[in-house]
Design a protein around this ligand. Structure first.
Ligand code: GDP
Length: 309
């Protein structure tokens, strides 16, 4: 994960450790290396600029420390700034005062939403919750079956429209009460209350690209279920495109947090380092593999330490 970025940053900072006192020119040279490393990692340009400006300002103004040599001080600053752009404090899932907590998943097709729904359900179960998954992706053939499969693997209940309502076409049109994802979502919440599920995870449809119909459907589901969290699920491997997609979802549906998927295949880290700064919303979870267990809370400090090696 983030190997290329990690190697580049470590190399840039190692040059400093060979020096005793640091001049402004040394700091500028290191900042340049860090800038290149971040741009190669596909971090959004605005984020890179702010990051570098902060590093330079803080490194040049750093007080002489008894405990740390100049190079260590710069490394500490870079680490702190990385934690900052990754979100600072770990952001926990917010739970409703009166159950059920409703979590809606949104994102492009292939982002890993359905897989994530299973991972999240298993994670919630391990935390002592009684989650229910809801199949509101009625666009993609097999999405309902796929959710049922991950639900079974996670050992949780899946609320799905009855068979035949899942294919695209006439039966999936909104308003007919059968294949309408808004209606499915509503009925699912009522069922969750009845069956005492304290967390409901709603899987929604994605498209290959952002489009208005997708946004409208997601917004309609959101209005119907009034979620406590809307999680934007994004494939970390798409780099800076994650930021563009995130902006479109922020404007079209709005979200309260981000889940990064496929971090196991992401050598660069551009999405992880950009998405929080650009959207203003925190990363809550990270998914790093195809197995249901490959998933955890996102900790900005641990991620920063990992990047700096
Ligand atoms: P959806 O269209 O958003 O519901 O996406 P899916 O859940 O169907 O995932 C698309 C593909 O990505 C599937 O082949 C998943 O196995 C794979 N996938 C999902 N999450 C991860 C992950 O964290 N790491 C890896 N390597 N693959 C993942």
């Amino acid at each position: 994960m983030f190997d290329t970025l990690s190697d580049r940053l470590t190399a840039a900072l190692q040059t400093l450790t060979r020096k005793g006192k640091l001049s402004d020119a040394d700091i500028d040279a290191t900042a340049r290396e860090i800038r290149i490393a971040l741009l190669e990692a596909d971090v959004a340009l605005g984020v890179v600029k702010t990051f570098i400006a902060r590093i330079k300002e803080r490194a040049k103004g750093a007080e002489v420390s008894q405990a740390l040599n100049p190079a260590q001080q710069v490394i500490k600053i870079v680490n702190e700034e990385l934690v900052g752009i990754l979100g600072g404090e770990t952001r926990r899932l917010s739970l409703a005062k009166t159950p059920p907590t409703v979590i809606m998943l949104a994102g492009l097709q292939g982002a890993g939403k359905t897989t994530l729904a299973g991972k999240l359900a298993l994670w919630l179960k391990k935390q002592g919750h009684a989650p229910m998954l809801v199949a509101c992706d009625l666009q993609r053939p097999n999405a309902v079956t796929q959710l049922q499969v991950v639900g079974e693997r996670a050992g949780v209940t899946v609320f799905a429209p009855h068979p035949g309502a899942t294919a695209t076409g006439a039966s999936a049109q909104p308003g007919n009460g059968v294949g309408d994802p808004v209606d499915v979502a509503r009925r699912a919440i009522a069922e969750a209350k009845h069956a005492q599920h304290d967390v409901v995870v709603v899987d929604t449809a994605g498209r290959l690209g952002v489009d208005e119909e997708l946004m409208k459907q997601a917004a309609d589901i959101r209005d119907a279920v009034e979620p406590d969290e809307v999680l934007f699920v994004v494939d970390a491997m798409i780099g800076q495109d994650a930021v563009t997609t995130a902006e479109a979802f922020r404007d079209g549906v709005g979200f309260t947090g981000v889940v990064l998927t496929k971090l196991d295949g992401d050598a660069r880290g551009g999405a992880a380092l950009s998405v929080r700064e650009v959207t203003g919303q925190p990363i809550l979870f990270a998914s790093n593999g195809e197995k249901l267990e490959d998933f955890d809370t996102f900790h900005p400090d641990r991620m920063a330490s990992r990047i700096l090696g």
